[in-house]
Design a binder for this molecule. Structure first.
Ligand code: ADP
Ligand code: MG
Length: 385
């Protein structure tokens, strides 16, 4: 019996009817592009969030989190923008969004536990939403894991939960990654039309590893900064007369930038347009087994996020520099920024040195020791038991 199932029995008084899980993600490249209709390239992590669940015949959600040691009760009739407050919004919001879509969802007893660290830029929020959404699909016969079209509809419901109920203005990359990624592949996600392609991502044969550093620097996407970036992109698109910054031709970027009214809008636009182009280049480089080029693109992406988009922080910059100094081909912050995690593409033989260098750099500054681990591309949300 899984630990979620064991805890479920203790908390809710009977064994769960089923157990579902969904992965966290790291985005290889394509940051802050999803809400601009752009391209992103996430992989699913081996780390997952698990939801043990049973259906109820009333409209009560009773959800326990092993991470917060709390059990929260929510009447589904009271769920809406800003309600409930706190982490239960990510759970209740999914059931609410599915009901909004006309699905016959009732209350549930749920127990969640996560291997994805919370608030580390590795998408514990979408892993939570998608694990709960997968559970609701299974318990109420919604068949939303059957094929990629159905999975995309579930992803949309999970995005609504995060945007409208939890109040975090994130794009849709995280939920698509949790539901659509495949083992051994990165997911090329076109956020303009939802098209996806699976790009082989297997570093083992090349003698490389992907090293994740969770800086443990604080990170809150709903503190307004993320929303501010999103609104700046919308303002820039409006000034340029396009539906989204995706429509800006990279070849005409300088001319487009000259037409913008403020330095802030110019820099935000330059990040988004060049970052979308870097995703295309990274996919081509991966397909050509040119990992040196992938590393260079990581480093260019980080500089753009740091200087033009201004979503990095000292901890991320130091982790990136230390990894590069210890032999990484390239490194970058991943996720929304303002703390969270960085990824580095490192020759396997240099991985220990890179970890030592990152830890030493943090220690020298008196910062808490970061958590470093290597990851491979895992699988999407699924029923486990
Ligand atoms: P990230 O998605 O990068 O981890 P977010 O700020 O988007 O960071 O989401 C983190 C929030 O999601 C947490 O603060 C908490 O509210 C909620 N959350 C995620 N996983 C869990 C969990 N297992 N138990 C309770 N809350 C969770
Ligand atoms: Mg999140």
């Amino acid at each position: 019996m899984t630990s979620a199932a064991t805890t479920h029995r203790d908390v809710h008084g009977s064994a769960p009817e089923g157990v579902w899980s969904a992965p966290g993600r790291v985005n290889l490249i394509g940051e802050h592009t999803d809400y601009n209709g752009g391209l992103a390239l996430p992989i699913a992590l081996p780390q997952r969030t698990t939801a043990a669940a049973s259906p109820r015949t009333d409209d009560l959600l009773r959800v326990h989190s092993v991470q917060t040691s709390e059990t929260v009760e929510v009447d589904l009739g009271t769920v809406g923008p800003g309600s409930p407050a706190g982490w239960a919004a990510y759970v209740a919001g999914v059931l609410w969004a599915l009901r909004e879509d006309g699905h016959p969802v009732r209350g549930m007893d749920v127990t969640v536990t996560s291997e994805v660290p919370l608030g580390a830029g590795l998408s514990s929020s979408a892993a939570l939403e998608c694990a709960v959404g997968a559970a609701a699909s299974g318990l109420f016969g919604l068949d939303l894991l059957g094929d990629d079209d159905a999975r995309s509809r579930l992803a949309t419901a999970c995005v609504r939960a995060e945007n409208e109920v939890a109040g975090a203005a994130t794009g849709g990359m995280d939920q698509s990654a949790a539901l659509l990624c495949r083992p051994g592949s990165a997911l090329l996600l076109d956020c303009r039309d939802g098209a996806t392609e699976h790009v082989p991502f297997d570093l083992e044969a090349a003698g490389m590893v992907l090293l994740v550093t969770d800086t443990r620097a604080s990170h809150a996407l709903n503190d307004g900064q993320y929303e501010k970036r999103r609104r700046a992109c919308e303002a820039a698109a409006a000034e340029l007369g396009v539906a989204s910054l995706r429509e800006v031709d990279p070849a005409g970027l300088d001319a487009a930038i000259d037409r913008l009214s403020t330095d802030e809008l110019r820099r935000r636009t330059r990040h988004v347009v060049t970052e979308i182009e870097r995703v295309r280049q990274a996919v081509a480089a991966l397909r050509a087994d040119d990992l040196d080029e992938v590393g260079r693109l990581f480093t260019a992406s980080h500089a753009s996020l740091r200087d033009d988009y201004e979503v990095s922080c000292d901890e991320l910059d130091v982790a990136v520099e230390a990894a590069e100094g210890a032999g990484a081909l390239g490194a970058r912050m991943t996720g929304g920024g303002f703390g969270g995690s960085c990824i580095a593409l490192v020759p396997r033989d240099s991985a220990d040195d890179a970890v030592t260098a990152v830890r030493a750099a943090f220690g020298a500054r008196g910062w808490e020791e970061p958590t470093c681990f290597t990851v491979t591309a895992g699988g999407p949300a699924a029923r486990d038991a």
